[in-house]
Design a protein around this ligand. Structure first.
Ligand SMILES: Cc1cc2nc3c(=O)[nH]c(=O)nc-3n(C[C@H](O)[C@H](O)[C@H](O)COP(=O)(O)O)c2cc1C
Length: 184
């Protein structure tokens, strides 16, 4: 089983990408196998709120839209743990990360419960003032909480702390990998 590292940013060498690389380094250092998903290279539409507000998400635990959502959802289900790494936009998650989690929450909370108990780590990367990094983490925490996922870590990386937080992200990746289940 793999540990997923899901990240969003149009910048392949920006702050979020750097943080993601450090976490991967930590997972590998701990002997884990990681799978990276770069959401900006995938197509994730926003929820249509179809039907009367609930669509197939409630009746069948899946989404009516045919994009990359279903494949990523399946990767989450198969993973032994999931690191979610988002830039902070408007004191919140990146829009594509939010679209993914919004749709997953509907399928999970209303019907499937496949991710209940799944361990995750939450990382918010703020390149501006740092305002909103904590709120972004809080919003992510609430969303994964609706799915019954268990956040083991919540980490803000901001301009002020990046010098000491970036090396610490390797340790965060290691600690996360050590804490997720290791089935044979
Ligand atoms: C639309 C938009 C909104 C942003 N909002 C915030 C914000 O609320 N707080 C903050 O500290 N930085 C904010 N930023 C800066 C991003 O957090 C910063 O660009 C982030 O580190 C992503 O950079 P990266 O693409 O290099 O990873 C914003 C950037 C954009 C593009």
């Amino acid at each position: 089983m793999k540990t997923m590292v899901v990240w969003a940013s149009p910048n392949e060498d920006g702050l979020t990408a750097t943080v993601k690389n450090k976490i991967l380094e930590g997972i590998w250092a701990e002997g884990g196998a990681a799978e990276e998903i770069h959401l900006n290279k995938r197509r994730i539409n926003a929820c249509l709120a179809c039907g009367n507000g609930w669509g197939l998400c409630r009746s069948e635990g899946r989404c009516i839209m045919e994009d990359d959502f279903a494949a990523i959802y399946e990767s989450f289900v198969q993973a032994n743990g999931i690191a979610l790494v988002t830039p902070v936009y408007w004191h919140d998650l990146a829009e594509n990360m939010k679209c993914l989690l919004d749709r997953m929450r509907r399928c999970e909370a209303a019907r499937n419960h496949f991710l209940k108990g799944k361990r995750c780590m939450l990382v918010a990367c703020a390149g501006g003032t740092g305002n909103g990094a904590v709120k972004c983490l809080r919003n992510m925490e609430e969303t994964v909480g609706h799915m019954g996922m268990i956040p083991l870590d919540r980490l803000p990386v901001i301009q002020f702390n990046r010098e000491y937080m970036l090396p610490a992200m390797v340790g965060a990746g290691r600690a996360f990998q050590a804490a997720v289940p290791h089935p044979l």
